[in-house]
Design a protein around this ligand. Structure first.
Ligand SMILES: [Zn+2]
Length: 216
């Protein structure tokens, strides 16, 4: 075994240890990270890392595109937090109204875009308390989902995510202004920034997933 071989094995060891310890990592994205890592370490002998992933995981290009799309960096609202009762302040002061929620409003932190769901009842006095929020385009949303793959690999992720999301039925995806990697995003409540990792390069840089039509 050469020194280069030992270095490659050490890098793969780092990758697997990190991928298994990553608290943000969904299982299917972990499989993708490990397969891409193997492809990255085999380096220039491979023309297309996605072909290697398809062989290693025995999945189609369409299935890979769905996985990559699932890791597209984005902000997702947690709709499980809709308040069941009206939160408008009522008499006596300090207590919320408490009547059943009829209207739900999304209130956003103007800096991070982090959303909070507020519930109000039908009474005009309560509805007046709702704060109108600016359109999402006016806020630079800090993502809270995805962005895992770019923390492990240096690659043309903007093109990869754009291609994958378009095939997964979300052609409207746009790269967040705060960066593609979860390690670059400002910390917000509920998002702990991943620790820096010695990224592996994937080659060649320009290869995109085969389109669905090319695989059928
Ligand atoms: Zn009310």
């Amino acid at each position: 075994m050469t020194a280069d071989d030992r270095e490659l094995l050490a890098r793969y060891g780092e990758l697997t240890t990190r991928a298994h310890a990553d608290p943000l990592m969904p299982d299917n994205i972990r499989d993708l990270v490990l397969a891409l890592g193997w492809s990255a370490l085999r380096g220039s002998r491979l023309d297309n890392p996605w072909s290697s992933v398809s062989d290693l995981l025995n999945i189609s290009a369409t299935e890979i595109a769905q996985l990559v799309a699932a890791d597209a960096p984005r902000y997702e609202l947690d709709w499980t937090t809709v308040p069941s009762s009206c939160q408008a302040p009522a008499a006596p002061p300090g207590k919320p109204c408490g009547t059943n929620t009829v209207h739900v409003f999304i209130e956003r932190d103007q800096l991070t875009g982090r959303a909070e769901l507020r519930g109000y009842c039908n009474r005009p006095g309560c509805l007046d308390q709702a704060v109108p929020h600016p359109p999402e385009d006016a806020i630079q949303l800090v993502p809270n989902r995805g962005g895992i793959l770019p923390t492990y690999f240096a690659w043309n992720w903007e093109a990869q995510y754009g291609h994958a999301t378009a095939h997964a039925g979300n052609p409207g995806w746009r790269p967040p202004v705060h960066g593609l990697s979860a390690a670059e995003w400002p910390e917000t409540p509920g998002h702990t920034r991943p620790k820096p990792f010695r990224k592996l390069p994937l080659a060649p840089a320009g290869v995109l997933l085969p389109t669905v039509s090319e695989t059928t």
